[in-house]
Design a protein around this ligand. Structure first.
Ligand SMILES: [Zn+2]
Ligand SMILES: [Zn+2]
Length: 279
């Protein structure tokens, strides 16, 4: 009797311990009506609510899409595509994360900061202005965003050879993106905001939000217009109002444009324009 009782319990615990994952259509989203309009409009698969002078934003970091990094046997596992032999899978698999930021509503620019090519060197620990390693932002689908940096001696562009078809990969169990991905664009499609999820072809392209309050867009502004690149800094960043035609979400807000087609910088930002108090 005892063995019969224990067996289902062990099976149940085994299931609980594994990263389960879900799709964009059935992931858990809990965004309060008190949360910032930008979070309410553009995000799925995250928790968000007003908190003090900002918003608490959190996620389990599990990608709501297929990946070879789920591991064989997982419902959303697909074989790694080596793209003709140029790409290879890293040995890590996706695990549940506990990502939580408090994003300030009215962030303060970092004093004395000018974002130049010398500062944006895609290498960690070369300035006091850069983001830390690990998750420093959340994509629209709850996946972690990592800054545009590799460890000293490594090249961030070498990392790209282990990206899956969603341009993501895990560090340890932390699945994340560094640049353009169709994952966040699928949220915009789900919400009826774009017909294409191919980066560079979206009607509107939004990737996510960094923990300091920096917004990350793609090849368009929030209203779908082409960005004016004339005042871009070294990481494709500039300041202006972010209005999607329905809602003025941000006034004079720093944001970057991740867009290979612009031929400039194509990664998420390396430098935190605002004081990273909630990171
Ligand atoms: Zn990485
Ligand atoms: Zn812009």
């Amino acid at each position: 009797m005892r063995a019969l009782f224990l067996l289902p319990l062990v099976v149940l615990l085994g299931c609980d311990a594994a990263a389960t994952g879900s799709t964009l259509a059935d992931c858990a989203t809990d965004i309060g009506t008190d949360a910032h309009s930008f979070l309410q409009t553009y995000f799925l698969c995250v928790d968000a609510s007003a908190s003090g002078d900002g918003d608490a934003l959190s996620s389990d970091g599990l990608p709501p899409h297929e990946s070879p990094y789920w591991g064989e046997g997982h419902a959303m596992y697909v074989a790694f595509d080596d793209r003709g032999g140029t790409h290879f899978q890293n040995p890590n698999t996706i695990g549940t994360q506990n990502i939580a930021f408090t994003i300030p509503s009215d962030p303060t620019p970092q004093a004395g900061l000018t974002i130049t090519d010398a500062l944006v060197d895609t290498t960690m620990q070369t300035s006091d202005f850069e983001y830390r390693g690990g998750p420093v932002g959340l994509a629209l689908n709850g996946v972690a965003m990592f800054a545009a940096m590799a460890a000293p001696g490594d090249d961030i562009y070498d990392e790209a050879f282990t990206f899956d078809l969603y341009e993501g990969h895990p560090a340890g169990e932390q699945y994340h993106y560094h640049w353009h991905s169709q994952g966040p664009l699928e949220v915009l499609e789900e919400k009826g905001l774009t017909a294409s999820v191919t980066p560079g072809e979206g009607d509107v392209e939004v990737y996510g939000m960094m923990c300091d309050g920096t917004v990350v867009l793609g090849c368009t502004e929030l209203d779908g217009a082409a960005p004016d690149t004339s005042d871009f800094d070294a990481q494709n960043g500039h300041l202006h109002d972010l209005d999607d035609g329905t809602t003025l979400h941000f006034v004079d807000r720093y944001h970057t444009h991740v867009c290979a087609d612009l031929g400039l910088f194509e990664l998420f930002p390396e430098i935190a324009y605002y004081e990273p108090t909630g990171c």
